[in-house]
Write a protein that binds this ligand. Structure first.
Ligand SMILES: Cc1cc2nc3c(=O)[nH]c(=O)nc-3n(C[C@H](O)[C@H](O)[C@H](O)COP(=O)(O)OP(=O)(O)OC[C@H]3O[C@@H](n4cnc5c(N)ncnc54)[C@H](O)[C@@H]3O)c2cc1C
Length: 465
């Protein structure tokens, strides 16, 4: 949609082809929007249940009526849908056509029984939940992100296969709403892209709220028991455990949506992750571009939007532009959130980069304590030239707090500027200033500086023993 609006507004004759009945894609209908809406409801319910932590009377909370949450999700989607309407694209000058396109050659598609040709094509068909070949899964009812937001009622219990961002967010949200949640993860940590210490802290919070984690565990088979489903798992020592639950949520990664497009038929190269593109988002057929989840790179809405802008720059402006993911931020919307930009320790080690780490804890942030939020910390990585190369924030509203670092890192802002810029008190954002200060203060308050000041201005030193 970024490409459609960008190219239409720049005056290119633009056609947007959509397979589903509505525009908006996974993010609006089955992804970011419903998940964040659900998470907010779960947070509010959690706060109600823990009212005493805020000095308020304990309240008896009735069980959740998932139908009401589902209606709230539908209403938020419907409101946002207005921004993604056919009429809006038409007002920008783009035509929208619904149907299932198929490439005939690298310049033409067949759509609704006719041929449509264009100088440039952009494939931005997104991704779908990956469903691995687990024994018995084809005969057992399971859900994915396509169904989870629209369930008839709150499941009494749920086994989640996978512990990536989607699975982890859903684990906490459903646990908070009252579902007994178990998470099965093949590797030894959840959120495997993140540093283990940060991911472990997220896991501890979720575990303390009641989520059961099975790490280093593989799924042997699943079975439909009628009212319940059984998931047989095996740990790395070969010990098996049978988990039973009303629902199985499969959250084991994403597959690119390439089926039916006949991309290989017209010679567009694909790999396991999706459509292969160069840094300018071009496929091997130079007039066919691809952007978003279908390329399998960074599967976030803002990454798809960014890649779309790279396509517009190359294809419409004819201004060569390469996608650069050095400072691509992201956030996992658990509570506390875990947000990241640039290098974390894991990626720095993989890249062979020497770094130093500076941290600041949320329990030392006055606003955080007032909010009743003391978990988490910020981690800032500096390279050997003392330049920031990455920041991770685990804490309340980490996604919002990361925005300052988006500007600092992209704008090459000096840490001294951040550390001396006045931030309003008391805000969570002060943690950004303070971690920069943690790096600078040993330099400012060094023995050498003290000696110099004593020499020039006759400072008299300590006033107490
Ligand atoms: C539960 C969940 C939560 C998420 N939360 C976040 C989040 O908080 N933040 C974030 O940044 N990302 C989040 N994501 C990821 C985000 O949804 C995707 O990265 C984003 O939607 C990718 O955008 P896209 O344009 O590549 O694909 P989409 O937005 O999915 O758009 C692809 C469009 O192409 C259409 N299409 C598919 N095949 C064809 C075809 N053959 N012909 C014509 N049209 C076709 C689809 O119907 C769809 O409308 C989440 C994902 C999930 C599943």
């Amino acid at each position: 949609m970024t490409v459609t609006s960008g190219s239409a507004r720049l005056g290119a004759r633009t056609l947007l082809v959509e397979k589903e009945k509505n525009l908006g894609g996974d993010c609006l209908h089955f992804g970011c929007v419903p998940s964040k809406t659900l998470i907010r409801s779960a947070q509010a319910y959690h706060t109600m249940k823990h009212s005493r932590a805020f000095g308020l009377p304990a309240v008896e909370v009735p069980p959740v009526d998932f139908g009401r949450i589902r209606e709230r999700i539908r209403s938020v989607i419907a409101t946002i849908q207005e921004h993604d309407s056919e009429e809006r694209f038409c007002s920008l000058g783009a035509k929208v056509e619904f149907g299932e396109p198929e490439f005939i050659d690298e310049h033409s598609i067949r759509l609704n029984g006719r041929l449509v040709s264009a100088k440039t094509w952009v494939v931005a068909s997104g991704s779908s939940p990956s469903v691995p070949p687990i024994e018995g899964l084809d005969k057992t009812p399971y859900i994915t992100n396509k169904e989870i937001f629209f369930l008839d009622c709150l499941p009494e219990s749920m086994v989640i296969l996978g512990a990536g961002p989607i699975a982890t967010e859903m684990a906490q949200a459903f646990c908070r709403l009252g579902t007994k949640v178990s998470v099965v993860q093949r590797s030894g940590q959840i959120l495997s892209r993140e540093d283990k210490d940060m991911a472990d802290e997220v896991m501890q919070v979720l575990a303390s709220e009641g989520v059961a984690f099975y790490l280093n565990a593989s799924v042997v088979r699943v079975k439909d028991l009628g009212g319940k489903r059984e998931v047989l798992i095996k740990d790395h020592e070969g010990k098996t455990t049978a988990l039973s639950a009303e629902r199985i949520l499969v959250g084991m990664g994403r597959d690119p949506n390439v089926k039916g497009l006949n991309l290989d038929g017209v010679g567009v190269e694909l790999d396991r992750k999706g459509i292969k593109v160069d840094a300018r988002m071009r496929t091997n057929q130079k007039n066919v571009y691809a952007a978003g989840d279908v390329t399998g790179a960074f599967q976030f809405t803002h990454a798809a939007g960014y890649e779309g802008s790279v396509v517009v720059s190359n294809a419409i402006f004819h201004f060569p532009k390469k996608a650069d993911y050095t400072f691509l931020p992201w956030c996992t919307y658990t509570d506390p959130e875990l947000a990241s930009i640039g290098m974390n320790e894991k990626r720095a080690k993989e890249a062979g980069i020497d770094y130093s780490v500076f941290t600041e804890a949320f329990r030392d942030n006055d606003r955080s304590l007032a909010e009743g939020e003391s978990v988490g910390r910020i981690k800032m990585l500096l390279d050997t030239h003392e330049k920031p190369i990455g920041v991770q924030i685990l804490g309340h509203r980490a996604g919002e707090l990361l925005s300052e670092w988006v500007a600092v890192l992209n704008g090459k802002v000096k840490l001294s500027t951040l550390a001396t810029a006045v931030h309003p008190y008391p805000t969570l954002g002060e943690i950004n200033k303070h971690v920069a200060g943690a790096f600078l203060s040993p330099k400012v308050f060094s023995g050498k500086v003290r000696k110099g000041l004593k020499f020039f201005f006759h400072l008299k030193g300590r006033a107490c023993g």
